[in-house]
Design a protein around this ligand. Sequence first.
Ligand SMILES: Nc1nc2c(c(=O)[nH]1)N[C@@H](CNc1ccc(C(=O)N[C@@H](CCC(=O)N[C@@H](CCC(=O)N[C@@H](CCC(=O)O)C(=O)O)C(=O)O)C(=O)O)cc1)CN2
Ligand SMILES: [Zn+2]
Length: 796
Amino acid sequence: MTTTHGFPAATILGYPRIGPRRELKKALEAHWAGRLDEDGLLFEARKVQDRTVRRLVQLGLDAADSSIPADFALYDQVLDTTAALGALPARFADLAAEDGSVGTAAYFTLARGDGQRPPLELTKWFDTNYHYLVPEIGPETTFVAAAHQLAGIIRRQKDRGAVLRPVLVGPVTYLLLAKAEAGAPAGFDPLSRIDDAVAAYAGILAELAEAGAAWVQLDEPGLVTDRGGALAAPGGLVERVYRQLASVPVAAGPQANGRPALLVTTGYGTAGDPARPGQALAVLAAAGVEAVHADLVRGTLPSAEALAALGGTRLVAGVVDGRNVWRNHLPASLDALEDLQAQSGAAVSVGTSTSLLHVPHDVAAETALPAHLPAWLAFADQKVREVVALSRGLAGGRPLIAAELRRAEAALRHRAGFDGVTVPAVRTRTGALAEEDFTRGPADRRAGLQQERLGLPVLPTTTIGSFPQTGEVRRARAAVRSGGISQAEYEQFLRAEITRVVRLQEELGLDVLVHGEAERNDMVQYFAENFDGFAATGQGWVQSYGSRCTRPSILWGDVSRPQAFTVPWTSFAQSLTDRPLKGMLTGPVTILAWSFVRDDQPLAETANQVALALRDEIADLEAAGTAIVQVDEPALRELLPLRAADQPAYLDWSVRAFRLATAGAAEQTQIHTHLCYSEFGEVIAAIDGLDADVTSIEAARSRLEVVADLAYFGFSRGIGPGVYDIHSPRVPSEQEIAGLITAALAGIPSRQLWINPDCGLKTRGYAETVDSLRHLVAAASTVRKAVAVSAAGPTA
Ligand SMILES: Nc1nc2c(c(=O)[nH]1)N[C@@H](CNc1ccc(C(=O)N[C@@H](CCC(=O)N[C@@H](CCC(=O)N[C@@H](CCC(=O)O)C(=O)O)C(=O)O)C(=O)O)cc1)CN2
Ligand SMILES: [Zn+2]
């Protein structure tokens, strides 16, 4: 399959790392729990690597021609790059070995902290549900060439007969994703360290060439953002960086004193200036890079002019979607590839739009999907086959893959005409929506009516919804799935669990209670399982961060809600207590963000269908007497387009979908929402636009920075900035929480302020949860007294 420049005709940017049966997840968690030593962990990790190489060869990639990426991060690929560069923040400086390299134990300390030192911060990888560890770069950060782990993998695979292509985050994206290390001078920009970083990358390239790598893949998705895109203009930073890296001659092997050939990838959008598609690729080509990749699913086709400018540089055309699970329309992809080939003059390889990290392993592992669905789908393994087929068709002509083209065409035709894909009743309903369906009465009038109904104290305390999902809860769910216990026994178990959680909250003295969400495997999957138009997978695990995975559901058809499903649990919980208890739903945007969504209609249309399904559930909760309903939107910020120009349209439809879900509620019904996993300062106007009566926001880690943004904006509704960081087992003291509440009161009037944790408690254990909530309630009570005194002060 090797052609000019020695680059393979078919490749993928990356492959799921967690293993088809989550082998790596299990090994990691056993290692962290002390049940598996480091050698045992690395042994398991190598097994997953070897299996990946074997499987990819089976699927049609070539083990000897660099078409298989060495993309084997134990925790996160950005952390791998931090480790290869030895770029440790000062608080972890002692973890580096003498040559600056980072061993396995140190690697996990960076990822997870060690009790005294907080770990690197986790944040969203572009607009996905994958989270990376944020590099912390200061004026003094050292950069070394210490890609020993990666070089070791390349050597070991070479001994086994495979020449793999090592993958690193490229230098520009690495520094764009970094934040300034604490203590750096105000305004310090990590990108100002680019020359030092590039020198280290050059050393890493030499190290990898010596280990036997013929090609190295540098991922530069940062170039598809506004900031990174501007750097890719002709004569800009990107050109300078790659000119420098490419200035060393290509030569692989021990003592070759050269570098591997370079593939620079640009997934998740259009690199460079979106008005000049392909220009950034031409810039990279001019700098001397041997191959460039374009995302042709999210990104735009390069212009003819840009293609002509590629010269001898190979184009890897990312036509197979790395982020969704729909079977590729192979005939259309082949048309696009043939056009590209004709226009560029240079050679075109076939690839994926991004790494396949975002999709599950294999459709064939699914045994319980509805019968019509498997033929419409492509998970990672099927996508590899698509890439290989397209590359054969491109090189050898259509007749060579006639059968594949026919099957793809037939599957897509079947999908387009299938019953549940277009449900007239659903269409009629969305077609008849009017402006009033998106609007409630004035917020201040609602607030008055709600307070009359609820009679809450000032600074009311509540939690975000879930209580710890203990092993017992998960085991009960696994048991009912496998038939070990009956449905009735499972429900009995859940009622006992709910009763315990309600009693605990009463004992703690919380003002607004929750039922604890014990019946939910995941806050999105649970809803998908109860809506029509969705399917859930059995083995479709996708890495979210570190060892944590989710099974995104597949939204394949028109969505509706056949019957109430949260009402029985909420009503049962409410029947146990006189305090108000929140109904708990996941919002439309988050349901879309964390599922694989149909690609045959605009997201906005699908969002309205999901919103109406939720609206029906809210109506049933109200009918059952529920006074407060929370509709979580933790992923509102996640789907925000990477380019500022695309953001207003997104914020418009996403906010409207939330309003459609909630605006049917009576004015006396208090609507809450919850947001987390992001900085929210920049979308406060949209949060205000949600028109929820009360909004809880993650804030504890940033010491309530969001309060200043809220005050500046003049946010006028109920607001609960988190005062307890639930992402760590640490128990905050009463004084610490009281301090945060007092700080919040500096920007938020007491009548608006709610007291709550940052997020749900499902990942925590009971011991720390109970102590922390005790401190939270006590702190609220102390500050409440102070507020009452000062309010009474002047007039008394
Ligand atoms: N969808 C989604 N995306 C999200 C979040 C989220 O909560 N949901 N939170 C943010 C952070 N991401 C996260 C992602 C996953 C987890 C997480 O805890 N995942 C669990 C799985 C949760 C789950 O689906 N559990 C199922 C299945 C659990 C399971 O593995 N069961 C065993 C058997 C049970 C046993 O014996 O323990 C099996 O099937 O093999 C259940 O409870 O029913 C894990 O990786 O371990 C946490 C945060 C952002 N994105
Ligand atoms: Zn949350």
